[in-house]
Ligand binder design. Structure first.
Ligand code: NCD
Ligand code: ZN
Ligand code: ZN
Length: 425
């Protein structure tokens, strides 16, 4: 195995030091280290973070390899500073058996660019009718601990209760896409002033908040772990705040786009802004930012949702919801929060690693720690060019925007997956 000496780097915002990476771990830290055999990386002006961990990634394989593969999504993740991603189950076939989650896990190992941790479906075929083989997925080589029907809500409260009870045995967690389907029939965007003006059917905030309120009560009742996907409204934040104050075992995520973009973008009728849950208002954004800073929302998760051109570049009503996220998430975090490195490490690495049970990730670089880390240049501002993204899809809402921060290098188990801002393989 090769060794790397990163010189003069700031670890999570602290005073610059050297980091020696050898045999897959951080071997030494300190000023003026020497290691003649090591490849030297100049870390001057760079910040080292524990490798980012994404709790919510759509990799599209198996089934929609034209939109993304485990390999292309892994490369996008590494370029975005990630060392681990949790792959959502809404593939084709659905990841609802030990066989499919093992296939995704194996493809992740073969690509070797990030650790791919499959998420298992809660119900067979995401149909919301009967529980999938949760135990078999947990016992498989993929060791699934997060289960989600993401894309759909587990709307039936009895099924949700049984799923929460079932995963308690192995400290699993149910990640809920909170959307009461009866309240969002035909919905095209956030229900509010803009939807009224445009005459588009609205997706009301209460459709999300009602499910979160129900689910925190269910999680409390059975003493199990709930994770809420892509929280998007100020009202949801209040429900979560109260539940956490009561000691309910609930965690929550917010996406970069819900921290930055409003429903006003729908006025362009550009389907790149169509997403589930929909972009909300400036008031919601302010509440989500405050909640993330306080810890009422635990993590930033990308909900990276690649879609092929024909599914996205069409009339708004027919376009699939979802947007890319992996290659821009850190830049959006910097845009929104500035160089609050400890907050960024906490919300994008340490806490998501803990929620996913990925015990070799989310640990700040220090002697003896697995060398899963990323180097960020916060001084660079870059223009986002969709054609330059590693994702197979192009549906970024940040096209031609200038954003702060660039990932210079990413290391997975001591080997670079990204160097000089470029994927190594
Ligand atoms: N977020 C989205 O708008 N779309 C996701 C599904 C989901 O996260 O609900 C997708 O799979 O495309
Ligand atoms: Zn979802
Ligand atoms: Zn999703």
């Amino acid at each position: 195995m090769s060794s790397y000496l990163i010189r003069n780097v700031s670890v999570v915002g602290a005073a610059p030091t050297d980091l020696l990476i050898r045999d897959g771990v951080v071997a030494e830290t300190g000023a003026g280290l020497t290691a003649p055999e090591a490849t030297v990386v100049d870390g001057t002006g760079l910040v080292a973070l524990p490798g980012l961990v994404d709790l919510h990634t759509h990799l599209r394989e198996p089934g929609r390899e034209d939109a993304e593969t485990v390999e292309s999504g892994s490369r996008a993740a590494a370029l975005g500073g990630y060392t681990a991603v949790c792959a959502m189950a809404n593939t084709s076939p659905v990841a609802d058996t030990a066989g499919v989650v093992e296939q995704v896990w194996r493809l992740g190992r073969e690509a070797g660019l990030v650790d791919v941790q499959p998420i298992g479906a809660v119900t067979v075929g995401l149909a919301g009718e009967r529980l999938a083989e949760l135990g078999a997925m947990a016992d498989s080589a993929a060791r699934v601990r997060i289960f989600s029907d993401d894309g759909f809500c587990v709307a039936d409260p009895k099924l949700m209760r049984r799923a929460l009870e079932y995963v308690k045995a192995f400290d699993g967690v149910i990640a809920q896409h909170a959307e009461e389907p009866r309240l969002t029939e035909g919905a095209q965007m956030h229900e509010g002033e803009v939807s009224t003006r445009l005459g588009l059917t609205g997706w009301p905030a209460v459709a999300e908040e009602a499910i979160i309120a129900r689910d925190v009560l269910l999680a409390e009742h059975v003493g199990s772990r709930l994770h809420v996907c892509h929280v998007s409204t100020a009202g949801s934040v209040e429900v979560l705040r109260q539940a956490k104050a009561r000691g309910v075992r609930v965690t929550a995520e917010v996406t970069p786009h819900h921290l930055l973009l409003t429903d006003g973008h729908a006025e362009t009728y550009d389907p790149v802004y169509k997403v589930n849950p929909p972009l909300r208002t400036a008031t919601d954004i302010a509440a989500l930012r405050a909640a993330l800073a306080e810890g009422v929302i635990d993590v930033v998760a990308t909900d990276h949702a690649p879609h092929a051109v024909e599914d996205k570049e069409c009339e708004w009503a027919y376009a699939r919801p979802g947007m890319l996220g992996l290659e821009t998430a850190l830049s959006i975090a910097l845009e929104v929060f500035g160089p609050q490195w400890d907050l960024i490490a906490e919300r994008m690495s340490r806490t998501p690693a803990r929620i996913a049970g990925l015990d070799r990730h989310g640990i700040d670089p220090a002697p003896g720690v697995p060398a899963n880390l990323t180097l960020v240049d916060p001084a660079v501002r870059r223009v986002i060019e969709p054609a330059e993204l590693a994702s197979r899809s192009r549906n970024t809402p940040y096209a031609r925007m200038t954003l702060p921060g660039r990932i210079v290098a990413t290391f997975l188990r001591g080997e670079p997956t990204v160097l000089d801002g470029k994927a190594v393989k």
